[in-house]
Design a protein around this ligand. Structure first.
Ligand code: GLN
Length: 467
C-alpha cells in the first residue's frame, strides 16, 4: 500500500474529524514563524475563504473531491491572479499576477487550496535556494545546510509537512535536486505533459511544472490533475491519466540501465557511489537485467545545458525592463532607466546568466557556441533514444555530493553548476524523471522514455519495497 497524505486528510474531512478551516489554519500557523525561510507570501485570507466554502459543502452533506480542501504550496514563479509573484527577485518584489497559470487553475478547479507562495532561487537560477531576496532556505533535515534549488522552499515545506504537496518548477533539476536534499519525492514530468502557461519562463525548452510530495501516490494524483493539452502552450500534448492499479502492478520492467561515467566520476562522493552500487546489486537480485551504459561526460552535459539555459533566460528576461514589468528606477534617459533598473534589481547570479546568454547569442559567437549547444543537445536526445531500445528505465544518483553548508555555494558558482551534473541531461532529453528518497543520501532518479511517466512511477513503487 502507498501511504497517501491526500487520501488520509480527505478521509478526515469527510468523516468530520477535522474541519477544512482548522486544517488550513493549522498549516498557516506552521508557516507563519517562517522557521526555514520557505515563505515569500502567505495567502491567508484567500485560503481561509476557500476553506469556509469546503466546510459549507461538507455540512450540507455534499460530496467533496479528493483534492478539495487540501492545502498546497506554490513556488513563487507561478501566476495566481491577485497574488504577489516575485520570482524571489527585487525586480518583481511588488508584482501581482494578472492571471492564473493553467496548472494552478486546474488544481483550483478541483478545490485544492493554495496557502503559500514559496521561496526559491531567483527566476530559478540556482541549485541551493540562496539566490533570493527572502533569505537562504534552510534544509529540512539539517538547517545548517542548503535546501537545494531552485524549488527549495517547496521541497522543505513538503518535508516539514507545512504543505501537503507543493508545485515546483524544474528546468535542469530544480524539483529533483531539492527533493533529494530533503528526503521526499519530486517529479519532472515529460516536457509538455503539463502546460507552462503562467510559469515565469526561465529556459522555455526545458521548463517543466511538477509536483513535490511525500508519497508516489500523491505525486500521481496531482500529476493527473495538472496534465493535459492547453491551447495556451503549443508544446503540450494529450496524455492518459495514470491509475493507482497500474502503478501497483509489478513486472513490466525487465531491464534497467545506469551511466557508467556518472559512477566512475571523480566528483562523486564515495558513500553516494557505494550506496548506488548496492542499489544496483539489489535490483539484480530481483532478476532484473542491469546494464552499464555509455553517456556524455558530466562537464559536456553541464556546459551544454548552461549554454542553452543562459541563452534562453537572457531572451526571456529581456521583457523585465521596468517599463513593461518590474520596479523602475529612473535614469537620465530611457536607455539609462533600462540599464539602472536591470543592474540594480537583478541578482549577481541572474546578471551572470544574462551576460553569458547574450554573449552566446551574439553575432560572431552564436555559430561557435549556441548552435554547437543545439547540436550536442540533439546528440544527447539520440543517445537516450538508443538507450531506451536496450533498457526500460535508467537509474541515477540525484547529485554527486551531499548538500553544502549555507553560504558555501555562493563563493563558487562553477562548483554549483557542476552539482547539476546528474540532473541536466534528463532535462535536455525532455524525459520524465522522478526523485525517490531512497538509495543514496540524496535519493535516486528514475527515468524512462518520453511520455512514459507511468512506468517511472511504477518502477518507483517497485523499488520502494526492493531497496
Ligand atoms: N540548477 C539549475 C540552474 O540553475 C537548474 C535550475 C532549475 O531547474 N530551475 O539552472
Amino acid at each position: 500500500m502507498m501511504e497517501s497524505q491526500i487520501k488520509a486528510i480527505h478521509q478526515k474531512l469527510v468523516k468530520k474529524e477535522i474541519s477544512c478551516s482548522d486544517l488550513v489554519k493549522e498549516k498557516l500557523n506552521l508557516l507563519k514563524p517562517n522557521t526555514h525561510n520557505t515563505v515569500n507570501s502567505l495567502l491567508e485570507d484567500y485560503a481561509l475563504a476557500l476553506a469556509i466554502k469546503v466546510d459549507e459543502k461538507i455540512a450540507n452533506g455534499e460530496t467533496i473531491g479528493l483534492l478539495e480542501g487540501i492545502p498546497f504550496g506554490i513556488k513563487d514563479v507561478y501566476m495566481l491572479k491577485g497574488t504577489y509573484t516575485t520570482a524571489s527577485s527585487d525586480l518583481l518584489k511588488n508584482y501581482k499576477s494578472a492571471y492564473t497559470a493553467t496548472a494552478i487553475q486546474k488544481l483550483l478547479d478541483v478545490g485544492a487550496i493554495p496557502i503559500v507562495k514559496e521561496n526559491c532561487d531567483s527566476f530559478g537560477h540556482g541549485s541551493s535556494s540562496e539566490n533570493t531576496i527572502f533569505g537562504a532556505v534552510k534544509n529540512a533535515i539539517n538547517p545548517e545546510l542548503v535546501a537545494g534549488g531552485s524549488s527549495g522552499g517547496s521541497a522543505v515545506n513538503v518535508a516539514k509537512e507545512f504543505t501537503v504537496f507543493s508545485i515546483g518548477g524544474d528546468t535542469g533539476g530544480s524539483i529533483r535536486q531539492p527533493a533529494g536534499y530533503n528526503g521526499i519525492y519530486g517529479l519532472k514530468p515529460t516536457y509538455g505533459r503539463i502546460s507552462r502557461y503562467g510559469l515565469m519562463a526561465y529556459a522555455s525548452s526545458t521548463d517543466c511544472v511538477g509536483p513535490i510530495a511525500k508519497s508516489i501516490e500523491d505525486i500521481r494524483i496531482v500529476l493527473n490533475v495538472m496534465s493535459g493539452k492547453d491551447v495556451k502552450d503549443q508544446t503540450t500534448y494529450v496524455s492518459e491519466p495514470i491509475t493507482e492499479e497500474t502503478i501497483a502492478s509489478n513486472g513490466s520492467v525487465k531491464s534497467v540501465g545506469y551511466f557508467k561515467n556518472f559512477i566512475k566520476s571523480e566528483a562523486i562522493d564515495p558513500k553516494v557511489k557505494s550506496d548506488f552500487i548496492s542499489v544496483v546489486e539489489k535490483i539484480k537480485a530481483k532478476g532484473i537485467k542491469v546494464k552499464a551504459l555509455d553517456f556524455f561526460k558530466s562537464d559536456t552535459l553541464v556546459s551544454t545545458y548552461y549554454t542553452l539555459a543562459m541563452a534562453e533566460t537572457a531572451s526571456n528576461l529581456s521583457r523585465l525592463d521596468g517599463t513593461n514589468y518590474g520596479n523602475r528606477i529612473e535614469g537620465d534617459n530611457l536607455k539609462d532607466s533600462y540599464s539602472i533598473t536591470r543592474s540594480k534589481n537583478f541578482s549577481e547570479e541572474t546578471k551572470r546568466r544574462i551576460v553569458g546568454g547574450n554573449q552566446v547569442l551574439s553575432q560572431g559567437f552564436s555559430d561557435e557556441i549556441y548552435l554547437k549547444g543545439l547540436a550536442l543537445r540533439d546528440q544527447i536526445s539520440r543517445n537516450f533514444e538508443d538507450d531506451f531500445n536496450e533498457v526500460d528505465v535508467i537509474i541515477s544518483p540525484v547529485t554527486p555530493g551531499t548538500p553544502p553548508k549555507i553560504g558555501d555555494s555562493l563563493k563558487d558558482p562553477l562548483a554549483m553548476y557542476l552539482s547539476d551534473a546528474y540532473t541536466v541531461g534528463f532535462s535536455l532529453g525532455q524525459l520524465p524523471t522522478l526523485t525517490v528518497p531512497q538509495g543514496t543520501e540524496t535519493g535516486l532518479q528514475i527515468t524512462a522514455a518520453k511520455d512514459n511517466d507511468e512506468l517511472v512511477l511504477k518502477f518507483a513503487n517497485f523499488l520502494k519495497d526492493t531497496i
